[in-house]
Design a protein around this ligand. Structure first.
Ligand code: FPP
Length: 249
């Protein structure tokens, strides 16, 4: 059974069924500004950001979302001060360790995209174990983008195709969007219907560049640590006002 076709209550729309957001991808932005406005260290903002992750993961299945992809650490985030990078890795480790039982119990399948296998070996082992443990769950796919960059993902896929061509197992003339898409980290996922960015910036920041081709882009002013189920429902309301044509008319 799928929840994809479940009607979503739409504020301001008298009747009808909102187009479903099966795959929601979120650029979680504003942790630093949230902390700064409270004269707190950036770490406090990131910790509050983890609480927002918990709230959204809990609310998502009830809103019809099947796949939730969160941009947790980009391939460019290494440019941040070493202390902040260590804080973010520590929070990731703590989130997975402390949440895995709840995720497993609630039918959440935890997955990762990006060059996450290049992280520290003990962290990779822990993430891999969490991934295996929840692999049979079907209520929600929670996809963490870790050490993820869209350009890096496309380059890795292109390298694989080139290697196959050199090995003689692939004719370059056969390369098309389907073949390249099948080499991406998201190969077995539906494309995102909506990319949501919090805290007002209007940028994709190297997130799901290929997969977002026809995603609806929604930006909220809410800073990520303040994001909750009500803010998520409002963002889905905004999506429901959009007419999607996928290049047709
Ligand atoms: C942007 O805030 C957010 C990030 C750098 C990554 C998101 C990280 C979390 C929500 C915490 C980690 C959570 C898990 C589960 C791994 P920013 O620092 O760029 O904010 P700013 O633009 O206001 O400075």
């Amino acid at each position: 059974m799928t929840t994809a076709a479940a009607p979503i209550a739409v504020a301001g729309v008298a009747s009808g069924t909102a187009a479903a957001v099966r795959h929601l991808a979120i650029i979680m932005d504003g942790n630093g500004r949230w902390a700064k406005s409270r004269r707190l260290p950036r770490l406090a903002g990131h910790k509050a950001g983890v609480e927002a992750v918990r709230r959204v993961v809990e609310a998502a299945p009830g809103l019809g979302i099947e796949v939730l992809t969160l941009y947790a650490f980009s391939s460019e985030n290494w440019k941040r001060p070493a202390e902040e990078v260590a804080d973010l890795m520590g929070l990731l480790r703590h989130y997975v360790q402390s949440e895995i039982d709840t995720l497993a119990k609630n039918g959440v399948r935890l997955e990762f995209i990006g060059n996450w296998r290049a992280l520290k070996p003990d962290l990779v082992a822990m993430l891999d174990e969490a991934r295996r443990r929840t692999a049979g769950n079907v209520r929600l796919r929670l996809v963490m983008a870790l050490n993820y960059g869209g350009q890096d993902e496309l380059a890795r896929a292109a390298r694989q195709l080139a290697e196959a061509a050199v090995a003689g197992t692939l004719d370059p003339a056969d390369i098309d969007a389907g073949l390249l898409g099948a080499r991406l980290d998201t190969a077995d996922m539906p494309a995102p219907d909506m990319v949501l960015r919090t805290s007002g910036e209007m940028r994709l920041s190297n997130f799901l560049l290929w997969q977002s081709a026809y995603a609806e882009f929604v930006v909220t002013e809410t800073l990520w640590p303040d994001f909750d189920a009500a803010a998520l429902a409002s963002a889905l309301d905004e999506f429901a006002t959009r007419e999607r044509r996928f290049g047709g008319r």
